[in-house]
Design a protein around this ligand. Structure first.
Ligand code: HEC
Length: 188
């Protein structure tokens, strides 16, 4: 019996070590990026929305360095630039929708057409998560000079940051290489 207990303890310890290693490999260097103080007051770069199953609304904000680079079209972005992507679940508000139903452009249309139009009318509901890209060309040289991080309810999520992992943040941003791995364009 004693041998069995020892073997079981050893197995659990091995499993813990292995799972710990996996998490450590995924966290990589983005693990120490914090949510920047005051980011919610930063200026708007642009907005986006994703259909099902995400069904969200997104806003991209930037600090002063990022905003200046976006407006001037400076590529690559300078060290210190930070882009924050906020996202909310799409939500419908009956008060807003009934007011929108009185839009002059909708008058004369059939109730069905109006209902269809309003079924695509959304506003920001519950927040989902916040994603960050922080430019530091030396520190994050392996991922295009950008550090990536994600937060849910203000707490940092474990994200795959290893540049060789196709599921990583960086790997999916590679198609935007010509614009320094940034997809978003400034919306004037
Ligand atoms: C499946 C591909 C994909 C993955 C994985 C991905 N992104 Fe993105 N990301 C995009 C696309 C496309 C956009 C532009 C459209 C949008 O905002 O939804 C974007 C936009 C962004 C932006 C706004 C700046 C920009 O490039 O437009 C930030 C910040 C961002 N992503 C951070 C992250 C972080 C952090 C992760 C990892 C946790 C991540 N992304 C993973 C595809 C991806």
């Amino acid at each position: 019996l004693r041998i069995r207990i020892v073997a079981a303890v050893a197995l659990v310890a091995l499993a813990l070590t292995l799972s710990g290693q996996r998490v450590a490999a995924q966290v990589h260097e983005s693990s120490n990026i914090a949510l920047p103080v005051g980011y919610r007051s930063w200026q708007l770069i642009s907005v986006a929305a994703l259909g099902p199953p995400f069904s969200d609304i997104r806003a991209k904000l930037g600090n002063e360095i990022a905003l200046e680079d976006f407006r001037r079209g400076t590529i690559p972005y300078r060290d210190g630039a930070i882009i924050v992507r906020l996202a909310w679940k799409q939500s419908r508000d009956s008060q807003t929708n009934s007011a929108l139903g009185r839009e002059p452009q909708l008058q004369g249309l059939s109730p069905d057409t109006i209902a269809k139009d309003l079924s695509q009318s959304f506003e920001a509901g519950a927040p989902t998560n916040v994603q960050l890209m922080v430019k530091d060309s030396k520190r994050y040289a392996a991922t295009g000079g950008w550090g990536f991080a994600q937060f849910t309810n203000g707490k940092r999520d474990v994200v795959i940051t290893s540049p060789r992992d196709p599921r990583s943040c960086f790997a999916c941003h590679v198609p935007a290489k010509a614009t320094d791995f940034v997809f978003t364009r400034y919306a004037p």
